[in-house]
Design a protein around this ligand. Structure first.
Ligand SMILES: Cc1ncc(COP(=O)(O)O)c(C=O)c1O
Length: 448
């Protein structure tokens, strides 16, 4: 088992155990679930992963944003063990337990906004999104929804409707949920209005005047849901005016403003939540991923009056806010606060961005570098003038990183973005090594 954060045997060599398991995996596991790295993990600690053949990797994907507090933090493991010895399950809607209430209180304290708030727990990000919409519908008595192109909110039928990526997510799964309207996101590198920020004067906000004439009556819209920074969409960071502008539109028309912070939450962006960086207080917030260092739990948290709109029994699930997951979440949030992972995120982000900017000087194929804290991405293009997306380069760079022992993943509508989501407990030595590997991989793909 991996004890410390040592980096020995770094790099990938597919061994006998992996080969055998791969063939069993093909026989018994649905091909509908894909795998980026052909490895089976034996154990992981901090920011380091060891596979069953003894290969060691630096983790720069953090379980897709789940492991801000690192792999298997000791206090979280202890909290899980202690709780598991006392109570594993009850179902909160039948008989309650203290940790559920404690976690709700904690979330109310750490999320944006000083007004009275409440929380409710579920199992996955998609389930939190679904329920945030139910809550908004109960509050407003309306049915319309506005989501944003390039957004990702999950794979259940409603969340897939809100999500914007045809292949592989949506193709073949329609018809989708009615009354969902898509508005353009402020993706300045590929502006949908062909404008340039800040000269544009924010066409993407002005656009709503026309949107409410041509697409939907704002009086029938229950909620607008948005990721403050698009995750799967390629870490698209909007200009500072965008989110406050949308919130003002919601206020004007009585819509609930929902921020989906499932990927951007819990210190990833250098503040507890990305909304904090944009000076916006969402009416409702969906959170999951890094809330519990890997245990499946999600939440909707927000204005008490809106949260109380559904009547008793309208919300809930068998496992939602399970006692072991609540204990893990309380310990994980405590770690994030005590170790000041917000400051860590800012440091890590600066280092990654500096490395990317250095590479961009040599390789203009690094078309756009986007970051907020340690949520960093690079968009690869065939040519910086035409901006034609280069997915092949991304696939090749990820493979070249993997071969050298670095795990990174792609994103973006065109699959041409590499995103960095390292555990925020990554040491500076590990980060340096990760950046060296990434630079070597880029050099291998684009040439000296
Ligand atoms: C912003 C956002 N919303 C929702 C989800 C869906 O979460 P889950 O996969 O836990 O259902 C994700 C997952 O990547 C996400 O990044």
């Amino acid at each position: 088992m991996l004890k410390g954060t040592e980096l020995i045997n770094i790099g990938a060599e597919q061994g006998k155990i992996t080969k055998e398991l791969l063939s069993k995996r093909q026989q018994y596991v649905s091909r509908g679930i894909s795998n980026l790295a052909p490895i089976f993990i034996e154990s992981a600690k901090g920011a380091v992963i060891r596979d069953l053949d003894g290969n060691v990797y630096i983790d720069c994907y953090g379980g897709i944003g789940v492991l801000n507090a690192g792999h298997c933090p000791e206090v979280v493991v202890d909290a899980i063990n202690n709780q598991a010895e006392k109570l594993i399950h009850s179902c909160f809607s039948v008989a309650m337990y203290e940790s559920y209430v404690q976690l709700a209180e904690k979330l109310v304290q750490v999320t944006p906004g000083k007004a009275p708030k409440k929380a409710v727990f579920f199992n996955s990000g998609a389930e939190a999104v679904e329920n945030s919409i139910k809550i908004a519908k109960a509050h407003t008595g309306r049915s319309g929804l506005i989501a944003f192109s390039g957004g990702y909110h999950g794979r259940t039928l409603l969340t897939l409707t809100l999500t914007s990526k045809v292949k592989p997510y949506k193709a073949g799964f329609g018809p989708f949920v009615p009354e969902v309207y898509k508005a353009p996101f402020a993706y300045c590198y590929r502006c949908p209005f062909n404008s340039t920020y800040p000269k544009c004067g924010m066409h993407c906000l002005e656009h709503f005047e026309r949107f409410f004439v041509s697409e939907v009556d704002p009086a029938s819209v229950a909620a607008m849901i948005i990721e403050p920074i698009q995750g799967e969409g390629g870490f698209v960071v909007p200009p500072k005016e965008f989110l406050p502008g949308l919130k003002a539109i919601c206020e004007k028309h009585g819509m609930v403003f929902i921020a989906d912070e499932i990927q951007s939450g819990f210190a990833r962006t250098g503040k507890m939540f990305a909304s904090d960086s944009f000076d916006v207080v969402p009416d409702l917030l969906t959170v999951a991923k890094s809330i519990a260092a890997g245990l499946p739990i999600s939440a909707v948290v927000g204005q008490a009056e809106i949260m109380d709109a559904p009547t008793p029994g309208q919300l809930g699930s068998t496992y939602g806010g399970n006692p072991v997951a609540c204990a893990a979440a309380l310990a994980a949030i405590d770690q994030i606060e005590k170790n000041d992972l917000q400051a860590q995120a800012r440091q890590i982000g600066l280092k990654i961005v500096a490395t990317m900017e250095g590479l961009q000087q040599r390789y203009p194929q690094l078309g756009d570098i986007r970051a907020l804290g340690a949520m960093v991405a690079v968009e690869f293009v065939k040519d910086p003038q035409t901006k034609i997306p280069d997915k092949d380069a991304v696939v090749a760079i990820i493979a070249a990183c993997f071969k050298r022992g670095l795990l990174v993943i792609s994103s973006g509508l065109f699959g041409n973005v590499i995103r960095f989501l390292p555990p925020l407990v990554m040491t500076s030595e590990q980060l340096d090594q990760a950046m060296d590997i990434f630079s070597a991989a880029v050099t291998e793909v684009f040439g000296e």
